[in-house]
Ligand binder design. Structure first.
Ligand SMILES: Cc1cc2nc3c(=O)[nH]c(=O)nc-3n(C[C@H](O)[C@H](O)[C@H](O)COP(=O)(O)O)c2cc1C
Length: 375
């Protein structure tokens, strides 16, 4: 069986996929000939509906995708059920929130206004229950692709999505995981290397991509992690990927809704200034290194809790930082965001259209260079 062509599968001109939480980025990239992928995590059902409706209103009929997060492992009771929010709070030891708040205190970040107790429920989005709610909403709209991060989508989910004529994709960081996804019947696999922003494994893109391509053939593969130029995209495609899936790049785009101060920090950062840390979500995820992430690496600090408890435990501290970001130097220094090593290559803010266009030109040029070298 031949591998289906991704450009034909999704009716796109250029196989560049843009993972983002910003609806403007989704629309701009899809209109430029790539594929915008809307990250649904953190959106309440009402907001998600609004965002998807806005995208469909503005995208001129171009294809787009939605990314949901259904982790294979989630904190469960001994009976195997998911805990509800209030039970989860009981599992959080005192020392974790205390330690996170002490980091803020040491940097002079003001406390939250009196009486404002934060009981973060967004982290509960990392549950099958909330992701299923998001799936129900997604299926009221017309994405061409639904992607699940952090595990094999349940069989009934794949069946429902396929029943609507929508393709299913999944992110993987290991060959073994890719094989499981293929067995589950996904249509597209994103091989996400160590360099990537967010949750990421130990194997680099260069080593992961060709192995995943071979293991899952004829299922098509996209390469993710560390790709920010047309040259890198061409390299990934020479290794057998059919295109690139990028995340960090769009954080620095003109359309990004990331706070401008954080965008500035990313533009200034070098590739050494990101690291995998469990201090934000409880699972290893690559973030911009700041005194906040470094503090969790010090000897004798509490070991981060499993997902979603770590996010819940640190939600007050992280809210202190974000509330004071524009008012206080300590908060500015501590603030972090998921970011991949590729941010060291981005030195200016560009529009999404310009990013896609420059990647296309660079892609063509780099293939020409190889031709020239070999002729
Ligand atoms: C701010 C941010 C948040 C992310 N959140 C998610 C997410 O919710 N779901 C997901 O599948 N991937 C998420 N990712 C990872 C991207 O999908 C992608 O795999 C990764 O950014 C690729 O590597 P790159 O950053 O080097 O381009 C996130 C990436 C960034 C930059």
């Amino acid at each position: 069986m031949n591998t289906p062509k991704i450009t034909a599968m999704f009716n796109i001109d250029f196989p560049l996929f843009a993972f983002t939480h910003c609806r403007d980025v989704v629309v701009a990239v899809s209109k430029a000939g790539g594929m915008g992928v809307f990250g649904a995590l953190h959106f309440t059902p009402e907001r998600l509906k609004e965002e998807l409706a806005w995208i469909e209103e503005h995208i001129d009929g171009r294809p787009y995708a939605i990314d949901l997060v259904m982790p294979a492992k989630f904190v469960r009771s001994e009976g195997g059920e998911e805990f509800d929010g209030s039970k989860l709070w009981e599992l959080i030891p005192e020392e974790h929130p205390r330690f996170a708040n002490e980091i803020c205190d040491r940097h002079g970040v003001p406390p939250l206004p009196e009486g404002l107790e934060l009981r973060d429920t967004s982290s509960l989005a990392w549950s099958e229950r909330v992701a299923r709610e998001q799936l129900d909403i997604a299926l009221e709209f017309s994405p061409v692709l639904l992607v699940n991060a952090l595990g094999v989508p349940p069989a009934d989910v794949i069946e429902r999505v396929h029943g609507k004529g929508i393709k299913v994709g999944a992110l993987v960081g290991r060959v073994r995981h890719a094989t499981k996804q293929k067995e589950a019947g996904v249509d597209l696999i994103i091989a996400n290397g160590h360099e990537a922003a967010g949750h990421t494994g130990e194997i680099t893109t260069m080593v992961l991509v060709p192995q995943v391509v071979e293991a899952v053939a004829p299922v098509p593969v996209l390469a993710a992690g560390g790709i920010g130029t047309g040259k890198q995209m061409a390299a990934a495609m020479v290794m057998g990927a059919q295109g690139a899936w990028c995340g960090s790049l769009w954080l620095t785009s003109a359309e990004s809704e990331l706070d401008p101060l954080l965008r500035e920090k990313l533009i200034e950062a070098s590739s050494e200034q990101t690291a995998r840390t469990r201090c934000v979500t409880g699972k290893p995820a690559r973030h911009l290194v700041t005194p906040y992430t470094e503090a969790w690496d010090d000897p004798g600090t509490p070991d981060p809790l499993p997902m979603p408890l770590q996010t819940m435990a640190t939600t007050t501290a992280l809210s202190r930082i974000s509330r004071s970001l524009h008012k206080q130097e300590g908060a500015r220094e501590l603030a972090t965001t998921p970011a991949g090593q590729v941010i060291g290559m981005v030195k200016q803010v560009r529009s999404c259209k310009q990013i896609v266009q420059e990647m296309k030109e660079d892609f063509v040029e780099s293939l020409g260079r190889i031709d020239e070298l070999m002729s």
